[in-house]
Design a protein around this ligand. Structure first.
Ligand code: NCD
Length: 346
């Protein structure tokens, strides 16, 4: 495979790596969302498909993960494929000094597509250079998390639609660790493709959004407001809360300085946001008392979209697998009934 990153503006996904949100334009995003919509009956277990029966996903997670790893695996299983998993750096030959290139050459002989997460920025792209099969970036250090950004955007579109609105003209507040949080980096870049947005970025000064992303937001004509505290009525359509990325700090003491700075609970929400503001978070939310960035008292708030995000993640990842393996128009040809009792569709 060529090491170059495909540009999906012509919507030619088959055989390509997905390494960065920079590969997507609005038409490519729409294509992914159209295919994701078609996946709902499978995710709800109304029917199943065997379109990827026989195909193997190499799911390589060299950094902690629950939902990204499992939802990649589930998405592949839901398309009828098999999943082979490697977790943890210390369990792999990378701990013996093997290069990413060699690991990729070897592992790409064992499966049809690879999803990979790694703690170093740029590592997944470096791995893809050695791979003979498509590689999907499941998060590379503080750099990017393209599939999370796509599922976040898919969720934003759905939530806005339910309020008879769209993404153009949206006001989003991003809160927390905007320096190390790769999800906000990738999501901001995707959102900047739309028109007339307002970004309110709230973080401790030391954890502010990288300047190249702020520049991109402004260069593309959006309004940008930066603050280090929650003040007044933010009047945002979306409030996107994040976790202090403690694993990327030089020390725990350093991370502890910022923990709990931007708690969100029902009372704070009522004070600063509109009653219709949608609350998002890529998860995990740090629920330890000293952080408590998204209080459990918000669980009853109908605008808490965090579990709709996680469900949407399966649909978007199914779509990305279908597109990169070139089966997006064949899914229904391999439909099968579901024989077991399922409560998923209820
Ligand atoms: C995020 C990540 O790993 O970047 N989680 C996820 O993939 N859903 C955010 C985080 O860990 O805080």
């Amino acid at each position: 495979m060529s090491g170059a990153q495909a540009d999906f503006s012509k919507q030619q996904f088959a055989g390509s790596h997905i390494l960065s949100v920079s590969q997507f334009d609005r038409a490519a995003i729409e294509k992914v969302f159209q295919v994701a919509d078609k996946m709902l009956p499978y995710a709800k277990r109304e029917k199943r498909t065997e379109v990827l029966n026989g195909a193997i996903l190499g799911n390589l997670f060299f950094e902690p993960s629950t939902r990204t790893r499992v939802s990649f695996g589930t998405a592949f299983n839901l398309l009828g494929g098999y999943v082979r998993e490697t977790t943890g750096m210390s369990n792999s030959a990378l701990a013996k000094g093997e290069s990413l290139y060699d690991t990729a050459r070897v592992l790409s002989g064992y499966s049809d597509i690879i999803a990979m997460r790694h703690p170093d920025a740029g590592s997944v792209a470096e791995f893809a250079e050695g791979s003979r099969i498509p590689v999907i970036n499941g998060g590379d250090g503080a750099n990017e998390h393209p599939t999370q950004a796509l599922l976040d955007l898919y969720t934003i579109e759905k939530e806005q639609k339910s309020q008879d609105s769209g993404i153009d003209g949206l006001h989003i507040a991003m809160i927390g660790d905007l320096k190390y949080g790769r999800t906000v980096h990738s999501l901001s870049r995707l959102l900047s493709l739309y028109k007339g947005l307002k970004f309110t970025l709230i973080s401790p000064e030391e954890l502010s959004m990288p300047s190249y992303i702020c520049d991109l937001i402004e260069d593309r004509g959006h309004e940008l407001h930066i603050s280090n505290q929650l003040e007044g009525n933010v009047s945002a359509d979306i409030c996107y809360q994040t976790r202090i990325q403690e694993e990327r700090f030089p020390s725990q003491d350093e991370a502890n300085k910022y923990r709990g700075k931007f708690r969100l609970n029902q009372q704070i929400y009522t004070k600063h946001f509109q009653s219709k503001t949608v609350i998002m978070h890529p998860l995990p939310r740090d629920s330890r008392a000293e952080a408590n960035e998204l209080d459990n008292d918000l669980n009853l708030n109908p605008n808490l979209a965090i579990f709709r995000q996680t469900d949407n993640g399966v649909l978007v990842r199914m779509a990305l697998f279908a597109l990169t393996l070139g089966v997006e128009d064949k899914i229904e040809d391999f439909d099968r009934p579901v024989h077991w009792f399922s409560t998923k569709g209820q």
